[in-house]
Design a protein around this ligand. Structure first.
Ligand code: NI
Length: 174
């Protein structure tokens, strides 16, 4: 199974809203498998469909990045994820993104969320997420809505980052 190519900013597909999935079938499961290996190889802790050029509401995550022999991967697959609760308390975490390589920024988001979604088998599922997982889920759902973490920065900072990435693209480094 070949990996997908990860699309980097600036690219219009990263600014588009992904469509809801009708049902979780084998084609969607193949997409999730392929997104997961793409994410592991990158390596990253989350990947949304937009980042591989697909505009459906699918995302994969795994916070286990050490990949030591003892630590088993624990992938999370979400189809049509929906945030149904956000805490008033906020938290700040340094975020990065496979589509915005080599740039990081402190982003403030609700510290705890509840999210409803369809799992790998198409069953309805719900989890409460805090800390890094909370940020990760919100970051990935943002992707499905065409939003990047740099969109939370001042336009000055954002444009500087996007210009740098554009230059690397032109030089064929990305
Ligand atoms: Ni991202």
């Amino acid at each position: 199974m070949d990996n997908y190519e990860i699309i980097t900013a600036p690219n219009p597909v990263l600014k588009q809203e992904a469509r809801p999935v009708d049902k979780v079938d084998d084609a969607i499961r193949r997409q999730m498998d392929r997104m997961l290996t793409t994410m592991y190889d990158a390596p990253g802790i989350g990947l949304a469909a937009n980042q591989v050029g697909l505009l459906n509401r699918v995302l994969v995550m795994d916070l286990v990045t050490t990949r030591s022999e003892e630590e088993k991967p624990s992938p999370i697959f979400m189809v049509n994820p929906q945030i149904i609760y956000e805490s008033e308390q906020m938290s700040v975490i340094d975020e990065g993104c496979l589509s915005v390589p080599e740039h990081y920024a402190e982003i403030e988001r609700p510290a705890i969320i509840r999210v409803k979604y369809w799992d790998y088998d198409g069953k309805e599922a719900e989890i409460e997420a805090g800390d890094l997982l909370s940020h990760c889920v919100q970051h990935e759902i943002d992707h499905l809505n065409g939003v990047l973490f740099v969109d939370y920065l001042s336009s000055l900072k954002r444009n500087m980052i996007l210009k740098k990435l554009q230059k690397l693209k032109k030089a064929n480094i990305l």
